[in-house]
Design a protein around this ligand. Structure first.
Ligand code: NAD
Ligand code: IPM
Ligand code: MN
Length: 352
């Protein structure tokens, strides 16, 4: 029986790029005689404005019945992030214990990096971002609102278990890569309690992986080195907020956020994993049909890997590499004039 995929296009360019991800995935699977059953769910800012809910009461149960979730983006200028992001995206990561947020960054042949003289393939890193706690823990509040003493608290939550499981996931991945390198991102020089614990766990876990060459790097220095010498990074493991910030950076140095894929994974498979481009709903270009769909397509590719369709996943990866190398069809973010659909068409043509 075909695996079932819950599709949440969401807001802005989300549905536009997800449409192409589905078309490309169908085309790739067809070649191996396989298929997925897509179940489109309308949850979005528009749905909220109509119903008063960003996800219906039974929505989480519905999602859980699927083998995976393909997600576009959520967030709209006319609906607060407390409704969209905090009602749907972040709870999904926590409820389904999607503690691994894997964000690969690869500089494709034919794509111009904003960094000078970077040859194809010279940027090739996997960022493992902690996805369920850290600086994103919904712990805090506001006191004395509207007074001169107004006080805001937002507490980071770092647990030994939380640090250990993301670091282990990173080490496991590093072990399987040719360079076998890992960088643990920290800021324990300033945040002694939370990132002090992170560092301790990193040193403990590293002992179990003597075959992996690892180091610890302060996040500010890491931001500099992502620009100065991104080629030194192989696997990078970071907390929730540091991983968020560093992956917009790792995506843009490979040419565009429109190429940044992500997988939100529950390795134990107790819940459906969720696959989404790392960019947002891009209100500035929404509705124009010019968004780059490749981040979404590459996220669907990660989903195919997760679901055991390695052959189709590899076919999509090479089709994208071919289209980018030929450089005939490119969306505006990559310096071209192609539409979202034309980019999808080009990848489908390259599959054949
Ligand atoms: P954004 O990623 O939506 O856009 C940043 C810039 O990148 C914009 O100039 C946009 O046009 C460009 N861009 C993004 N994706 C692109 C693509 N595929 N092709 C071409 N250009 C692309 O970030 P933002 O503007 O800070 O956020 C907009 C909204 O999206 C906010 O509400 C934010 O909270 C939300 N958001 C959601 C997610 C998510 O659902 N996973 C991720 C990031 C931001
Ligand atoms: C991302 C986004 C989200 C995050 C926002 C929308 C909360 O930026 O997926 O990278 O910070 O995780
Ligand atoms: Mn982000």
């Amino acid at each position: 029986m075909a695996a079932t995929i819950a599709v949440v296009g969401g807001d802005g360019i989300g549905p536009e790029v997800i449409d192409q991800a589905i078309r490309v995935t169908d085309a790739a699977l067809q070649r191996e005689g396989a298929a997925l059953a897509w179940n489109r769910l309308p949850w979005s800012s528009a749905f909220y404005k109509k119903t008063g809910q960003i996800i219906p009461d039974d929505g989480w149960t519905t999602l859980q019945k699927h083998d995976a979730i393909l997600f576009g983006a959520i967030g709209s200028p006319d609906v607060p992030d407390t409704v969209t992001v905090h009602g749907l995206l972040l709870p999904m990561r926590r409820k389904f214990d999607l503690y691994v947020n894997l964000r690969p960054a690869y500089l494709f042949d034919g794509v111009q990096s904003p960094l000078r003289d970077k040859p194809p393939g010279s940027i090739d890193m996997l960022v493992y971002r902690e996805n369920t706690e850290g600086e994103y823990a919904p712990v805090g509040g506001r006191l004395y609102a509207g007074t001169p003493h107004e006080t805001a608290l937002q507490t980071s939550v770092f647990t030994r278990r939380g640090c250990e499981r993301i670091l282990r996931a990173g080490f496991e991945a590093a072990r399987k890569r040719p360079r076998k390198k890992l960088t643990s991102i920290t800021k324990s020089n300033a945040q002694v309690h939370t990132l002090g614990l992170w560092d301790e766990v990193y040193r403990d876990v590293a002992k179990d992986y003597p075959d992996v060459q690892s180091n610890s790097l302060l996040v500010d220095a890491a931001a500099m080195d992502f620009v100065r010498k991104p080629e030194v990074f192989d696997v990078v493991v970071a907390s929730n907020l540091f991983g968020d910030i560093l992956t917009d950076l790792s995506a843009i140095i490979t040419g565009s956020v429109g190429l940044g894929a992500s997988a939100n994974i529950n390795p134990e498979r107790a819940f459906p994993s969720m696959f989404e481009p790392l960019h947002g709903s891009a209100p500035d270009i929404a509705g124009k049909g010019i968004a780059n769909p490749l981040a979404a397509v590459l996220s669907a590719k990660l989903m195919l890997d997760h679901l055991g369709h390695a052959q189709s996943a590899a076919a999509i990866q090479s089709a994208i590499a071919r289209v980018l190398k030929e450089a005939k069809v490119r969306t505006p973010d990559l310096g071209g004039k192609a539409t979202t659909t034309q980019m999808g068409n080009a990848v489908i043509a390259a599959l054949a």
